[in-house]
Design a protein around this ligand. Sequence first.
Ligand code: R5P
Length: 263
Amino acid sequence: MDWGMKNRMSRIFKSDGKTVMLAVDHGYFLGAVSRMEEPRKVIEPLIPYADSLMITRGILRNCVEATHNIPVVLRVSSGNSILGKDLSCEDIAVSVKDALRLNVAAVALSVYVGAEYEHQTLMALSRLINEANDYGIPVLAVTAVGKELEKRDARYLTLSSRIAAELGAQIVKTYFCEDFQDVVKACPVPVVIAGGPKMKDELDVLRIAYEAIRCGARGVDMGRNIWQSRWPVAVISAIRSIVHEDASLEKASALFEELKQAR
Ligand code: R5P
């Protein structure tokens, strides 16, 4: 890895090699998603607890102060919406030049393996990597499943994560699943997990974070299960303890309960 690439990676993955990324990029296809109607109010209090922000350029420019020294993982794919026919119909929508202007630590794009627009998204990933490599910018590939949440099993996620890594992605973001260690084992680049749609119980969120780290994930890149919770700071703090302090599930759960009460 060239110095610039290494330096950017080290801004995302802390000295222990792990990361807690906060995903707030959902609006690119979901619009004003529940509890993210006013991004500034939601994002600002969580910044001190996040190692990086995964975000769109519109929300970054309008809702995050440029004085924050938080690494930015910029969502650069889009072109779809929740009302459209097929969520896999995405392409690169933000230039690497604009990403550089925003001083990003990485750029992010979704691939939809096995979906209608699989080829388009895989070629978009390849083009993005070709261009971002020229400037030492890491690419995070999201193994997206669109509305087909049932796709989230080890066989599918191993296939899509590995394809993303084979094409040259420096980071892969995927979902937690049973036998998650198989997904990690077959993916030669750092793997982080998304949280997926909001779960009923915050303790289930801590459980998947804990299990994912135990299986070799290098961190989380979670959104809704943090900021759609009634206790977002308590959730992200407990996740941090799992990722960065090797906290047991019991210890992290106790921390969550303690911070929840203190709110
Ligand atoms: C898709 O909407 C985005 O890439 C999100 O960043 C990703 O799904 C992670 O967020 P969540 O934890 O809400 O699934």
